[in-house]
Design a protein around this ligand. Structure first.
Ligand code: ATP
Length: 453
């Protein structure tokens, strides 16, 4: 078979549209696929100039440059379609004699792509809204806390292991739950395990479960362990710093092998969980002292997030109080508000037990409160006293007798002296505000109250 004789038949048999223009831009050929796909009979287009038919045709560019355009997207105004085309110069003896275009109508694909993009935008918006709701408890004005929340939001969508650092009661579990809920595993279980409360003897059966007959008196049908209950979801390993070296080795093996064997069993069960661990211990220090395994530390410390204590984010007290009171109001069926004086006393306390302590204090206050607002007298004495005692132990000890006589007066005097002292040793008022750890508003209110210029 002599191919040259059959070239036209070959072009006619193609399913892609073919259009050939001569050097001067005249359309000299379109194949049947072109006419069928675009609904243009050959006689209506042949001998017309491409520049008239489609003034912005990319073919004109190839005619001008002699350079091919491969997999080139364009929109054909004359036909109202989107096409992908290979536009190739036809050369003879080194000279351009025309251009051949092979195109595919991708309008349907294009429409689907557009729809997909619309859905993607919509799902991103929904995800953002969901994230906003999930992380709403962790809203903050403090840079350290905002940074922690931002990392949590970013890492939520992945399966990366997260290690949460923070003092007791800062909200490590609240963070872990938020990361879980915002993750693709959000509709699967979230299982929290407090490592400090697990005795070594029960560790394996609690975590891995046991098979029927694993030991005398073991339950019929065996028992699922926490690892199995968390399957597909998130496992929150709280107080990881409390694990004994023996248990550290056990946990490490499971994390390395991503599988576990039930007590009394031989079958290996795959572990499909996302791990979030938390500690209030300095794990690096523990590693240096040989109390925490390095390999376990590095396996857990993929994405570390440090949650600052409340004393470093006192500007968040109104948000935290609002969050907590929201629940307490419903629980106690009382509509209680917080007065400015109460805020100010709260701001001066260091909250060593962090959000948990704040929550307990508010609950204690709401439980005994008979008015529709809290006043300083509703605040437990240790918080009110902490206001002056924490700030200057020497001065407060010296005034113990006086304190017993007139506590509010002493608090005020001490506060005034502290303000004057901090102002004296600060270059700017902003610096003083930072040192005092109170809001700008509270700072200026106090200056006015004590007539400090
Ligand atoms: N941002 C917040 N808004 C409202 N309540 C919060 C917030 N953060 C924490 N809490 C509440 O404070 C208490 C302590 O929080 P959580 O248990 O998450 O702290 P933790 O750091 O895990 O504590 P621990 O170190 O003792 O395990 C809980 O009752 C929790 O609901």
């Amino acid at each position: 078979m002599k191919l040259e004789n059959h070239l036209l038949s070959i072009l006619e048999s193609l399913h892609d549209a073919v259009l050939v223009v001569s050097k001067d831009g005249t359309i000299v050929y379109v194949n049947t696929a072109y006419s069928v796909q675009f609904g243009v009979p050959a006689h209506k287009i042949i001998n017309r100039k491409i520049s008239e038919v489609e003034p912005q045709a990319r073919i004109l560019e190839v005619l001008k440059t002699g350079q091919p355009l491969i997999n080139d997207y364009s929109y054909l105004h004359s036909l109202n379609i989107h096409v992908f085309a290979n536009i190739t110069p036809l050369m003879e003896k080194g000279e351009l004699i025309g251009v051949v275009t092979i195109m595919k109508d991708i309008s349907e694909f294009y429409a689907l792509q557009e729809e997909l993009n619309r859905y993607k935008t919509y799902s991103t918006q929904l995800e953002e809204q969901l994230n906003k709701r999930i992380f709403s408890l962790l809203e903050s004005h403090a840079p350290g806390m905002r940074q922690a929340v931002n990392i949590a939001k970013k890492v939520a969508s992945s399966d990366a292991t997260v290690l949460l650092f923070g003092e007791t009661g800062v909200g490590k579990e609240v963070f872990a739950r938020a990361i879980h809920e915002a993750s693709p595993r959000g509709d699967k279980p979230f299982v929290a395990i407090n490592m400090a409360s697990l005795p070594e003897s029960l560790f394996e059966s609690e975590l891995f479960g046991f098979e029927e007959g694993a030991f005398t008196g073991s339950r019929r049908g065996g028992k699922k362990g926490l690892f199995e209950l968390a399957n597909g979801g998130t496992l929150f390993l709280d107080e990881i710093g409390e694990l004994t070296p023996f248990l550290q080795a056990k946990i490490l093996r499971v994390l390395q092998e991503k599988s576990f064997i039930k007590v009394g069993g031989t079958t290996t069960h795959p572990l499909n969980v996302r791990i979030i661990a938390a500690t209030n211990k300095n794990l690096q220090q523990m590693m240096r002292e040989g109390k925490f395994r390095e390999d376990l530390y590095y396996r857990l410390n993929i994405v570390p997030i440090t949650i600052p204590p409340v004393r470093e984010r006192k500007q968040d007290l109104p948000i935290l109080i609002n969050n907590i009171l929201g629940e307490l109001r419903a629980k106690y069926k009382k509509q209680v508000t917080v007065t400015q004086e109460v805020y100010e006393i709260f701001e001066c306390y260091d909250w060593p037990g962090n959000v948990r302590e704040l929550s307990n204090v508010l609950e204690r206050m709401i439980a005994i409160c008979t008015k529709s607002y809290f006043i300083p007298e509703d605040i437990p004495p240790f918080v009110r006293e902490g206001t002056s005692l924490n700030e200057n132990p020497v001065r407060s000890t010296a005034r113990n007798d006086e304190k017993a006589m007139n506590l509010p007066g002493i608090i005020e005097r001490t506060e005034k002296e502290m303000l004057e002292e901090v102002l004296k040793t600060s270059r700017t008022r902003t610096e003083a505000i930072q040192k005092l750890g109170i809001s700008r508003k509270a700072f200026y209110r106090k200056l006015k109250k004590y007539n400090i210029k």
